[in-house]
Design a protein around this ligand. Structure first.
Ligand code: FAD
Length: 461
């Protein structure tokens, strides 16, 4: 088995791609059925509207919202309102407010049904999930105000083309990649290195930055430009030898997430001329096919998240699923266990044990793991700066999903050595994890279909 080790580069010629493709083929039906058929995994609770972007303001012409985004759709006023990016980015379907703590306590004694729409049990709402754990890799969605979250249907709001783009989207991506600058460790209080005024300059192809931020970012891009060249060749002997493993993993996770989002928007794309939705091959070629490194990072993320879901097997045995319907609860639990059972056990797919071995805080003041965790939390905070509701929903869900995967991989099993209690997973974390797996799994299938389209086209010419 050519497994993905965090230290390895996955390339087209490595059997890892084939191994993961075949695993995906077998596992996809289980994942799909969990995310589309169980109430537990198809509704997500998050605070979508009440959190302000903590890193820059949209005052003074600095773009942080859809209103000043340069849309990728041209001449929006010429197309039907329903196809405009603002419309496309809106959420669909039933939505229910999360009750406050007092209400939760009252309802635990006397549950009410029906608020979440057809068939969604109230007991899913009753959860005390506002506690923050130091071992979280994300800022929990519901850590501040218990009453601020909304439930949204993930089935009714697929991740697809929304028309969101331009400077607002670029500013967010830029801030995310900037977190990869590990030269200066982040403490838990430190946030993203924006300019002295507290606002970040508009995106200029990663060149509009000033000062230290610019230096940091240029060095990251330089490094990763080099990686791109290396990734084109299988098992290059240099194999990023000179770079810290954890830093590389961080970059691959965010680049793989970006690649998955790009895949979905190209796969479910709006043809403005016909008004039809469908795959857009040119979009795929421009954003992904020309960058094997991005596709390799997608596979990397699949391996990482799959390994985390596999590790949940024992954890979910004692987990209470809460649809309110005991038969459905048993079925959901059994489905998760079956999925985990079918994931190769041990470090065959992804070996996380080689990470964070050199965890000496005396060098930087905080451990590398803590630094890594703080940076990932910042990535999750940046999602509040995404100026399109649907993109923000999936951006938040997927960062929470990767954050949960990292928590499972690096915090579970550590409690004895660190003298802490076993970390718990909130419902939102479990839902985000499984749906993130579903997103990557679907991206892998979409990439395979896009490749077939390219082959068919090239054979025909
Ligand atoms: P972008 O995708 O914006 O990329 C900016 C730059 O990053 C590129 O020029 C390139 O240098 C680099 N880059 C691109 N991909 C990678 C990669 N995989 N790894 C490393 N570097 C890379 N749009 C939708 O239509 N639907 C959505 O659901 C959606 N969700 C989004 C969620 C988030 C969190 C964000 C920030 C944006 C989202 N968008 C979505 C917008 C979308 O991601 C693009 O920003 C937009 O389509 C404009 O694309 P672009 O070609 O300018 O390049």
């Amino acid at each position: 088995v050519c497994a993905i080790r965090p230290g390895a580069i996955v390339s087209d010629t490595c059997a890892s791609f084939a191994t993961l493709d075949s695993l995906n083929k077998n596992l996809q039906p289980y994942v799909r059925s969990l995310t589309s058929k169980s109430d537990f995994f198809s509704y997500y609770r998050l605070n979508l509207y009440d959190k302000e972007c903590p890193f820059w303001s949209d005052e003074g012409g600095l773009c942080g919202n859809i209103a000043c985004a340069v849309n990728t759709l041209e001449n929006e006023e010429d197309i039907p309102a329903i196809w405009r990016s603002e419309e496309l980015g809106k959420l669909e379907g039933p939505k229910a407010h999360h009750p406050g703590k007092k209400q939760q306590q009252e309802r635990q004694q006397k549950p009410l049904m029906g608020e979440l729409g057809e068939g969604v049990g109230e007991s899913c709402v009753v959860e005390y999930d506002d506690e923050c754990d130091d071992r979280d890799y994300c800022v929990p969605e519901d850590v501040t105000a218990t009453a601020k979250g909304d439930y949204v249907s993930l089935v009714d709001n697929p991740e697809r083309f929304t028309g969101y783009g331009g400077s607002s989207a670029h500013q967010v991506w830029e801030a995310i990649y900037r977190e990869n600058c590990f030269s200066k460790p982040r403490t838990s209080e430190q946030s993203i290195g924006v300019g002295a005024s507290g606002s970040s300059p508009p995106f200029g192809g990663f060149s509009g930055l000033q000062g230290q931020a610019a230096q940091d970012l240029r060095s990251v891009m330089k490094e990763h430009g080099r990686h791109q060249a290396l990734d084109g060749t299988a098992n290059d002997p240099l194999d990023f030898e000179d770079e810290c493993l954890e830093k590389r993993v961080f970059y691959r996770v965010i680049s793989g997430m970006h690649a998955s989002i790009s895949t979905h928007l190209c796969w479910d794309y709006l043809n403005q001329t016909t008004g039809n939705w469908g795959p857009n091959l040119a979009c795929y070629e421009r954003r992904l096919h020309e960058y094997p490194e991005r596709i390799s990072n997608l596979y990397f993320n699949y391996a990482l998240v799959l390994r985390a879901v596999g590790k949940l097997r024992d954890y979910v045995q004692d987990y209470t699923f809460c649809s309110g319907d005991p038969i459905e609860d048993r079925r959901t639990k059994q489905m998760v266990i079956t999925l985990a059972d079918n994931i190769p056990a041990g470090p065959q797919i992804f070996d996380e044990s080689i990470m964070f071995q050199d965890n000496d805080p005396s060098v930087t003041g905080i451990s590398l793991k803590e630094d890594f965790r703080n940076r990932f939390r910042n990535v999750s905070r940046v999602m509040d700066c995404v100026g399109c509701d649907k993109c923000r929903l999936w951006g938040k869900l997927q960062t929470a999903g990767y954050g949960t995967a990292l928590k499972v991989l690096f915090e579970f099993g550590q409690e004895q050595s660190e003298g802490q209690s076993k970390p718990l997973l909130r419902r939102t974390e479990l839902v985000a994890l499984v749906n993130t797996l579903d997103k990557i799994s679907h991206s892998l299938s979409a990439v395979a279909e896009f490749r077939k389209m390219i082959e068919a086209r090239d054979e025909g010419t």
